[in-house]
Design a binder for this molecule. Sequence first.
Ligand code: NAG
Ligand code: NAG
Ligand code: NAG
Ligand code: NAG
Length: 719
Amino acid sequence: MFQLNFICALHVLNVFCLASATLNTWTVDTGTGSSTSYSFAINSVKVIEHSSQSPCVYVGSGTTIFNEYHGNFDIEDTIERRIPLSLLTAVSDRQYKFASVSDSSLSVTLTLVDGDPFGEIQFTDLPDGYDRIWIRLVAEESEYVYGGGEQFTSLNLRGRKYPIWTREQGVGRNKSSIVTFYADTLSGGAGGDYYTTYYGEPTFFSSRGYMVHSTATYYTILDFTSTSVHELEVHGNVGSLQVAGGVDMTISDLSQVYVKATGVMPELPSWVSEGAIVGLQGGTDRMNQLLNKVEDNGVKVSAVWIQDWAGKIRTSFGSRVFWNWEWNDEQYPGLDTEIPKLKARGVRVLVYINPYLNIEGPLFKEADSLGYFVKNSSDQTYIADFGEFYCGTIDLTNPAAVNWYKARIVKRALDLGISGWMADFSEYLMVDNAKFFSGQSALDLHNQWPLLWAKLNREAVEEAGKLGEVVFWMRAGYAGLSKYTTLFWAGDQNVDYTVSDGLPSVIPAALSAGLQGIGMTHYDIGLYTSLFGVTRDKELLLRSAEMAVFTPTMRTHEGNRPSENWQLYSDVDTMKQFARLVKMYTALSNYTKAAYADYKLTGKPLQRALSSEFSQDSGSWEVEHEYMYGEELLVAPVLQANVSEWKVYIPPGNWVHLWTDKSYTGPMKTTVPAPLGQPPVFYKHTSSYPWSEIKLPLVPPPPPTSSTASHDHSHSTEL
Ligand SMILES: *[C@@H]1O[C@H](CO)[C@@H](O)[C@H](O)[C@H]1NC(C)=O
Ligand SMILES: *[C@@H]1O[C@H](CO)[C@@H](O)[C@H](O)[C@H]1NC(C)=O
Ligand SMILES: *[C@@H]1O[C@H](CO)[C@@H](O)[C@H](O)[C@H]1NC(C)=O
Ligand SMILES: *[C@@H]1O[C@H](CO)[C@@H](O)[C@H](O)[C@H]1NC(C)=O
């Protein structure tokens, strides 16, 4: 599976290699002659270099203030001391003490441990009075680094710094953009930046043939700005770095090692691939009317997703769901009898939950009387502002609270007959004065909170015996998420085509998360955030839908302001075009199943970077907005408005353009016709999949008047 024969040949004990193909072995080079430089290599890949002139460890102290506003953290960090530990003493051939030249009691000892699947570098605790450590790793100018959890702006992390801190991804995510400027100034710093994400993790994969995962969950900064060193800054004790490597290992090989250790997601329920999940709101009647309408126009619907099943409130952001996670029978009268009826005609019902409860709701009162919320420093329930409404946060470190949530919320929803939910949020965990049942600190728990949330959801599904029938999807994460979640989605993109936060951004997001085990992701068709006059038009809805054909799940979202944005049901032509795309998606289901089987076996995600599949091809490393879907499909989505052709990069090999049957031999760049509904997709010419079944004819254009005349304004009664 992995290309490790060569690595084994480097080892002294070949027999050891055969017993354990992924053993990671450290070697230490103490330099030659009078040189005092040391280097540590894992399976012959140099990871750390140290000399008294350029030390590899620094310790320091400072103050870090986490200013939180609606899940956006403005982190003010002041470094007071940063002391190089330049003096190296070998304690043994596996143990090295690094000390300050001016104060030898100021030291950290590092132990090298061989291992499978990871070797480790273990660190002793920070000296008293110090609160952070910097570790420098070897970098080369031409090296590529991927990972960092889910990263939206770019897949290659070189040239930038990545603070790892779970939070809102931000609106616009580009300090030079007007949308971000407005979000920052008008919405309390909600604009975000290139690194802001719901799911960061201190893990990276280098094209030099090694990977590093820091096991510390504290605030960590991965700094890839230098051409000669990478630097990890951990605010707290590192504990250990897990490291794997091999001179011949690609980023994909390294990712597979990591994913094997962290775990793969379970297969999606088969109903997911039988149609689209359609996001609808507004009560039982409206749900049924719109469902009938889209079905009458040919859309195969696998499920309706009613995020407002618990009711709605109104805020200036738009209408918001009432965070009281139980069926609201005023909003959805008769839902209990509706669910089996819909199921009988092949349509499931999906809902929405998150780990917070609105103080106005009965569930809050129940959980509060039981003491199940995170507390503040005066041992009272920590009430957090979520934007014109206030909530308690279920204390996910309290087993009784977790059991209450599973029984009182998840199991009751399952008993109602629902088949899944968006398991939203969990990134907001405040760190100012929050106290937890477990006694852990908020700084320790913040990044782990999404894992605890994912675990609760997964356990509730398994305890009900519904794994494989029910799907929940998360946007927040941390290292190890793939062990728990059943599906992932990219969160709240802007309804535009910007690289930093629009349609293009979901591609690096899928590719980066995929390397850390999130083999199956999807995104809101139509995208989500519509603020400051940016709205979704029909073309964006359809362009985002045509890319979603080549992902494991098609799910629409009405967005934060449904009435101002184009909807699936806004006109007949949209529904007809969408119906055709859903047919393509269902015709691909066997292909997707095979890609899942491959992921389960190898750890390779369904969506893969070109450079993961064609690591020898330099051109593939430059392409971050195309991807391989499984082994045989190259997807180069249209990511701009108003275009009818698209420039694509074709990686090495012989490819057939799905729509024209024209052959291409890569590597090459070319331009292909790409009208709406025909996203540039190429299959390997050796593929035996029945592609003709996916290649459906375009929907004939509507008669000139119909598009505006039939625009449905029924949804403009605000929800
Ligand atoms: C703790 O929360 C309560 C509300 O539950 C609030 O009244 C009190 O001021 C808070 N105390 C602190 C120190 O934040
Ligand atoms: C950020 O915004 C500026 C100004 O609109 C634009 O030129 C630049 O390309 C954007 N960067 C990304 C990564 O989207
Ligand atoms: C998937 O494969 C099965 C078994 O070969 C076949 O019966 C079925 O029609 C295929 N489904 C689709 C959608 O092509
Ligand atoms: C697309 O073209 C139309 C007509 O030329 C124009 O009105 C519209 O603003 C363009 N849309 C974008 C997003 O550029």
